[in-house]
Write a protein that binds this ligand. Structure first.
Ligand code: MG
Length: 309
């Protein structure tokens, strides 16, 4: 890369694909199990290293995700790909283990009113609940990821102080969680806040342990990725096609689109190991199922180009 101001950003980035779980969970239409399996398999073929596949939440808690076992049994598990599954408690952990899951994620937030409404626990209660899950997972040599939602703002509390994010991240790190994903759940973050949070966290733990999860609700997701790259963060979450609207703002964009992220990173000469065209293929498939065009700008631009050719 010739741009000297950006010369020190990471040369390689890992992408955690959120489409099948975070993405579909926020879609109104129920997707049939075979379609979910096909979607995961198409994503697997793109070179993505981590695919958040499903969630072992209480059956019926989230109608879209009652088929976790069937999805895990049906997918073609490609060597080298991590099929991450959300696990809220020991019951979910036991189900995940029985389904042959080897990578789990636990989720909390940086604001109490969010965890209260989302999982009916305070942050402290959620951390207590995870301790057992994480130690059981570690005993099985599973890879464990932790999510901190509302790190840049809460739909109920508004501003979330950096110290609150650091406190929760430290608690997760102390449990031995391998990777911590800092989430902008409602898409309110701006690059200055990203730098502040990344800086504060790197005083506590190595940057290799940190991922960032941006939502494009207000159009700031890629600007935030760039700010995080400049802080040496090299792991980002995104969803193919930009799947998953914002649950707190009907009609608004949610997850940063994997295609948009790939376009920017590859344009900057950053290696991801992911084939953008293959991700598009997966997005094309799931958008056909959902009967809704992907919100990803890059997806739309490339599709329009293909038509014109
Ligand atoms: Mg998300």
């Amino acid at each position: 890369m010739s741009a000297t101001a950006l010369a020190s950003v990471p040369r390689r980035v890992k992408i955690c694909e959120m489409g099948p779980r975070d993405g579909l969970q926020n879609e109104a239409a129920t997707v049939a199990t075979p379609d979910k399996i096909r979607y995961v398999d198409l994503l697997s073929a793109s070179g993505l290293a981590v695919i958040e596949t499903t969630s072992f939440v209480k059956p019926n808690a989230i109608p879209q995700l009652t088929d976790a076992e069937a999805v895990m049994a049906g997918i073609d598990r490609k060597p080298g790909v991590t099929y991450l599954c959300l696990v809220p408690n020991m019951r979910g952990f036991e189900r995940a283990r029985a389904a042959g899951v080897d990578a789990i994620a636990v989720f909390t937030a940086a604001s109490d009113s969010f965890t209260k409404r989302n999982i009916n626990m305070t942050i402290a209660e959620s951390l207590d609940a995870f301790r057992e899950v994480v130690s059981a997972a570690r005993a099985e040599a599973m890879w464990v990821r932790g999510y901190i939602s509302t790190a840049f703002g809460c739909p109920y509390e508004g501003h979330v102080p950096v110290e609150a994010v650091v406190r929760v991240a430290n608690a997760l790190a102390e449990m031995g969680i391998d990777e911590i994903s800092i989430g902008d759940t409602i898409g309110v973050g701006t690059p200055d806040r990203v730098v502040d949070v990344a800086e504060a966290l790197q005083r506590e733990m190595p940057v290799e342990r940190l991922a960032m999860h941006f939502h494009d609700t207000r159009g700031t997701a890629l600007a935030n990725v760039l700010a995080a790259l400049q802080m040496n963060v090299a792991i980002f979450d995104s969803a193919s096609g930009g799947l998953g609207g914002c649950p707190y703002a009907p009609g608004a964009s949610g997850n940063l689109a994997t295609e948009d992220l790939l376009y920017m990173l590859h344009g900057m000469g950053i290696d991801t190991g992911v084939d953008l065209d293959r991700v598009r293929e997966a997005s094309r498939f799931i958008s056909g199922v959902l009967q809704r065009a992907p919100v990803s700008r890059t997806f739309q631009a490339l599709e329009a180009q293909a038509v014109r050719k």
